[in-house]
Write a protein that binds this ligand. Structure first.
Ligand code: G
Ligand code: G
Ligand code: NA
Ligand code: MN
Length: 254
């Protein structure tokens, strides 16, 4: 309850920020895009994003908060382009409540256009919990509309939740993000290696791209390359960064 009040104040003062973490193509080695991650500090201490999201959902502030973050990230992307940089795609994490907002798609598209970007620049990340929400019928319809507009849909934290393979057919998924809990063991845990190889082959056979999260070492990167993984994200490339740090990063990889 205290945090809810603090969140209201932070929102009114525009104090909730966004960090950007880069994703890179494993075959070309080129920068591919960023994931936008919420950042909120209370009294100098960072509140974990998952806690922020659950406080915002409880307070009924999740859509308001998310539009702010989306707008900030889109503004950063547009700014990078004006600076002659190629920021690629931007991925947003969304919860079920956002996808069920009647005007979410219209508003998102209007924001994208207002920043001079196109739907092809946008990725929408959903977790298995989002697609398993009780109103899953509406969720599927919303994701289909976003997909039809040209945005990509990524299934986040794949392998850790309760989604069944049926969902891979029912939802318009373009990208599977392998959860970082599997990536940490690919060099020395046979089970993790088998799981990751199997997810990659499943994804490719279904026509999806695969991104590995939480890639921290060059040996993990090489192993994922051997496995035919498409994209990587993790501390090896960079931690989630401020807009200024992200600009410097883009400059360094071009
Ligand atoms: O930022 P961090 O690396 O701690 O992220 C933790 C989790 O919080 C991630 O799973 C991420 O998907 C989620 N998360 C971060 N920012 C947002 C956001 O703006 N909206 C939603 N729904 N989830 C977010
Ligand atoms: O799946 P999700 O959206 O939660 O993924 C983003 C989360 O993963 C954020 O909390 C981010 O800070 C964290 N993260 C990103 N890269 C790495 C990494 O290489 N190692 C670890 N341990 N965490 C990472
Ligand atoms: Na995510
Ligand atoms: Mn994830």
């Amino acid at each position: 309850a205290v945090l809810i009040e603090k969140l209201r104040v932070s929102l009114s003062r525009d104090e909730v920020g966004v960090a950007l973490q880069p994703q890179s193509n494993l075959r070309s080695g080129r920068h591919e895009g960023f994931e936008a991650l919420a950042r909120w500090k209370v009294g100098g201490a960072a509140v974990p994003p998952l806690e922020l999201i659950s406080v915002a959902e409880e307070a009924g502030l999740i859509t308001q908060l998310s539009y702010r973050l989306i707008d900030k990230a889109l503004a950063a992307m547009a700014g990078f382009r004006r600076d002659g940089l190629s920021p690629g795609t931007i991925a947003f994490n969304v919860v079920a409540a956002q996808l069920q907002e009647p005007d979410f798609i219209e508003r998102l598209c209007a924001m994208v256009e207002a920043h001079g970007l196109s739907p092809q620049d946008i990725e929408i990340e959903v977790t298995e919990n989002v697609i398993l929400d009780r109103a899953a019928g509406n969720i599927a319809a919303a994701l289909k509309q976003l997909h039809k507009k040209g945005m990509s849909i990524a299934l986040d934290d794949f392998g850790t939740g309760y989604a069944s393979l049926t969902h891979l057919k029912q939802f318009p998924i373009d990208i599977l993000k392998i959860d970082r809990s599997f990536i940490s063991g690919i060099l020395n845990e046979k089970d993790d290696e088998i799981i990751v190889r199997t997810i990659i082959s499943l994804a490719h056979n279904l026509g999806f791209e695969v991104i590995a999260e939480g890639v921290e070492t060059i040996d993990q990167y090489k192993q994922l390359s051997n496995f035919g993984c498409d994209l990587v994200q993790g501390y090896l490339l960079a931690r989630p960064m401020s807009e200024e740090e992200s600009r410097a990063y883009l400059d360094s990889v071009r």
